[in-house]
Write a new protein. Structure first.
Length: 108
């Protein structure tokens, strides 16, 4: 299996923090020390650094997100462990209910 070329998110976010948000370094340190960042980690970093923007911008950004199988399984496990319905999980992670339904059919 060929390894996908993926941006080095640790380096990108470290540079952003060092250059523009040095006061948020301690808040993001634990995430940046991880060996591999998942899509959920990247979303969390983005929210910690930039905060939550207006909903129109969040919806537009959602179009460009992609999740690998590991990330999808983590989201579905989170849903199961916290006994949440699709709407609650969709709002929490910025997904659509239809996406969650599709993932559940495929992976469960």
């Amino acid at each position: 299996m060929k390894k996908q070329n993926q941006p080095n998110y640790k380096r990108i976010y470290s540079d952003i923090i060092d250059q523009k948000f040095p006061h948020k370094k301690a808040e993001c340190k634990k995430l940046l020390e991880k060996k591999m960042l998942t899509a959920l980690d990247i979303i969390e970093l983005n929210n910690r650094i930039f905060g939550t923007k207006n909903q129109n911008l969040q919806k537009m950004n959602q179009k460009f997100r992609s999740y690998n199988e590991t990330d999808i399984l983590r989201i579905l496990n989170y849903q199961r462990n916290h006994r949440m319905n699709n709407l609650q999980v969709a709002e929490l992670f910025g997904l659509s209910k239809n996406t969650l339904t599709k993932w559940r059919k495929i992976f469960q």
